[in-house]
Design a protein around this ligand. Structure first.
Ligand SMILES: Cc1ncc(COP(=O)(O)O)c(C=O)c1O
Length: 354
């Protein structure tokens, strides 16, 4: 049996030997007392990377987004967000359950909102309405196919937000992918936001962890809510070390993941039954349409799995693949071969579209 090529997500990576050694060697202390030197060093590193005053190590990207909402808002406030955003769709209803906010989702173009849409959505000062308090953007945008959020749109949104007294949070789970793809430094993106979170456990390849950055006052507030949400951890230098290692060793190589993704998209675009424009693939996420194959994406994914290639169904007609640290250019070639075979065999299989 050939090795499995796991393209389901960039979260499936295993720590490398170098990363495991860094974890073994980490100096640790009780982080609830603020005494873990490895955690403190990671927080300082991310604050510096994003040119913010302070940063805090957190369990996950979800925790980061939810803490940002909790710290920026009060119960009954409204949060403007793109309708396909992770924070709105995949965080278990956390915004309403944990912070008592109401989301105002706006349909974007592959994850990107026009500032005029945001302006139209801001509530007037009238006690009938939930006060608009926060704008959340996502860069890169997961359901937008890894799209890099255009910096001009971010700048315009920032000016708008300031004009209306709104806070801005960036779900930067894959901000470093955006930065590597666009050549725009992370701090330039971060400048426009009051809070920015990055994930260490996605393309960067650490086993766990996110870091949120912002002003001293904001991070102090997040620190209190992190405790309240049960996210205060103890000798976590052992995992923070993996995050530091990931930032030092796995940032520049994201360009390889992007090149692999582009190659995969190009290969897939030549397969009958698949629709994808490779020009839309800017980073490590490939979302392709299989409606012309007249077969449920879940079945297609099962057929691919039988041949050792893992992808995930992404709605009624879409499949998503992601490249990462544990995927080579040879794996991409094989994934294209296998997908080609599977699609040509669909003709011989009984049709089913559910
Ligand atoms: C854009 C985005 N934000 C946030 C998250 C949540 O991260 P976590 O799985 O660490 O909670 C994800 C997870 O895939 C994501 O894609």
């Amino acid at each position: 049996m050939e090795q499995i090529i796991d393209l389901r997500s960039d979260t499936v990576t295993k720590p490398t030997p170098g990363m495991r050694k860094a974890m073994m060697d980490a100096e640790v202390g009780d982080d609830v007392f603020g005494e873990d030197p490895t955690v403190n060093a990671l927080q300082e590193k991310v604050a510096k990377l994003l040119k913010k005053k302070a940063a805090l190590f957190l369990c996950s990207g979800t925790m980061a987004n939810q803490l940002a909402i909790r710290a920026h808002t009060q119960h009954g406030d409204e949060v403007i967000i793109e309708s396909e955003a992770h924070t709105f769709n995949y965080e278990g209803g956390g915004g309403s359950a944990l912070s008592g906010v109401q989301f105002h989702p706006l349909r974007g173009n592959r994850g990107v909102l026009d500032p005029s849409q945001i302006e139209d959505a801001i509530r007037p000062h009238d006690h009938h309405f939930a006060p608009t308090r926060l704008v959340c953007l996502e860069n890169t945008h997961n359901r937008g196919g890894g799209r890099v959020y255009p910096i001009e749109k971010i700048g315009e949104t920032h000016h708008l937000a300031k004009r209306y007294g709104l806070a801005m949070h960036l779900d930067g789970a894959r901000l470093l992918n955006a930065s590597i793809a666009s050549g725009i430094p992370p701090e330039t993106y971060a400048r426009y936001f009051d809070s920015v979170s990055i994930c260490l456990s996605k393309g960067l390849g650490a086993p766990i962890g996110s870091v949120m950055a912002g002003s001293h006052e904001f991070i102090d507030r997040v620190h209190r809510f992190r405790k309240m949400f049960g996210g205060g951890m103890r000798q976590v230098g052992i995992i923070a070390a993996a995050g530091t290692y990931a930032l030092d060793h796995h940032t520049d190589r994201l360009a390889l993941d992007h090149a692999n993704a582009k190659n995969l998209a190009q290969g897939l675009s030549g397969i009958k039954g698949i629709r994808i424009d490779p020009n839309t693939v800017e980073t490590n996420i490939i979302i392709f349409d299989v409606s012309e194959a007249c077969t449920d994406p879940r079945r297609i994914v099962e057929f691919l799995k039988e041949r050792g290639v893992l992808m995930i169904p992404f709605g009624k007609t879409l499949i998503r693949a992601m490249t990462h640290l544990d995927v080579t250019s040879q794996d991409i070639e094989r994934a294209i071969e296998v997908t080609t075979d599977v699609f040509s065999s669909l003709k011989r299989r009984p049709r089913q579209m559910t």
